[in-house]
Design a protein around this ligand. Structure first.
Ligand code: SAM
Length: 291
């Protein structure tokens, strides 16, 4: 009778999120020793392997083939092969197809060994300057506007720091929705971490909207948003010395009036939302009406 082989191990191997030096000695050793590496983008991983002189065979495991390929990998693991899973960047299994393979492996009784290493969410939270004691990770917000807004509305009372992954072409829309639905809180926009153009924008959501409206963002982004703090935002709102901020407040008041609110209510709502006092909003409105 043929001897039954012990199942192999699925190793979760974090890879750099930009800077190639951000990889642990243990990850490099495991990548060398496994039977093969399942990679989200084999071209990206090939570059990394070439950089470190690793010649282990690669196979593609990504969103589009995860169903069949996942089963194939689990079969190999059950037959005793050892496999390293890597994503494009960061920790596999966090907001990427690795999640699915880990579920399948766990269901099949395979040992899953996570190796510590880079993850965009942890880097962003750690450097955010916001409360890090308790935070929730929301992954990517829905792409469809109505679903995104619904999700944000569900987070209205969330007191913990909230973390989102975001794509540059959707950043402004998401920031505007956050401002409108969750109010003008503190936010850190962590962009291109560990890369040449690494940047942490720290300010209010309103300031972030203005910044990225005038300078469209590029690269990879994590948003770290302050949790709900009650009625009053922790920092001041928009700066009415600024022409664009004044226009924004007036636009907001007029939008509410067009939606049927009376002038007083529209002014009060817009002022609260943008973090300015009612008196300042009233003064601005009166001045604009004189012009
Ligand atoms: N599994 C990965 C991890 O642990 O970080 C995340 C995969 S997810 C598909 C990719 C997202 O992570 C990007 O869209 C961006 O939101 C974030 N991200 C990855 N690298 C980043 C970086 N260098 N700077 C900022 N955000 C980054």
């Amino acid at each position: 009778m043929a001897e039954k082989k012990e199942p192999g191990i699925l190793y979760l191997c974090p890879t750099p999120i930009g800077n190639l030096e951000d990889i642990t000695l243990r990850v490099l050793r495991v990548l060398k020793e496994v039977d093969y590496i399942a990679a989200e983008d084999t071209r990206v991983t090939r570059k990394l392997l070439n950089h470190y002189g690793i010649k282990t065979p690669l196979t593609s495991y990504r969103e589009h083939n995860r169903a069949e390929k996942g089963e194939e990998i689990v079969r190999d693991l059950l037959e005793g092969k050892s496999v390293a899973l890597v994503s494009d960047a960061g920790t596999p299994g966090i907001s990427d197809p690795g999640e699915d393979l880990v579920k399948k492996a766990v269901e099949a009784g395979i040992r899953v060994v996570p190796l510590p290493g880079p993850s965009a969410v942890i880097c962003a939270v750690a450097a955010s300057g916001l409360s890090t004691g308790k935070f929730v990770f929301e992954g990517f917000l829905p792409q469809k506007s109505s679903e995104r807004r619904k999700r944000l509305a569900e987070l209205k009372d969330e007191e913990r720091t909230i973390v989102f992954y975001e794509a540059p072409h959707r950043l402004l829309k998401s920031l505007s929705d956050i401002r409108e639905i969750l109010g003008n809180r503190r936010i850190t926009v962590a962009r291109e971490m560990t890369k040449v153009h690494e940047e942490f924008f720290r300010g209010s959501v309103e300031e972030a909207v203005m910044r990225y409206r005038s300078e469209p963002p590029r690269g990879e982004i994590v948003l770290v948003l302050e949790g709900f703090r009650g009625e009053k935002p922790e920092t001041g709102g928009i700066d009415l010395e600024d022409e664009e901020s004044r226009r924004l407040l007036l636009d907001r008041i007029r939008t509410y009036m067009n939606q049927g609110m009376d002038k007083k209510k529209a002014m009060k709502t817009a002022a609260k939302e943008l973090g300015v006092s009612r008196r300042e909003a009233y003064k601005l409105l009166v001045e604009s009406e004189k012009e």
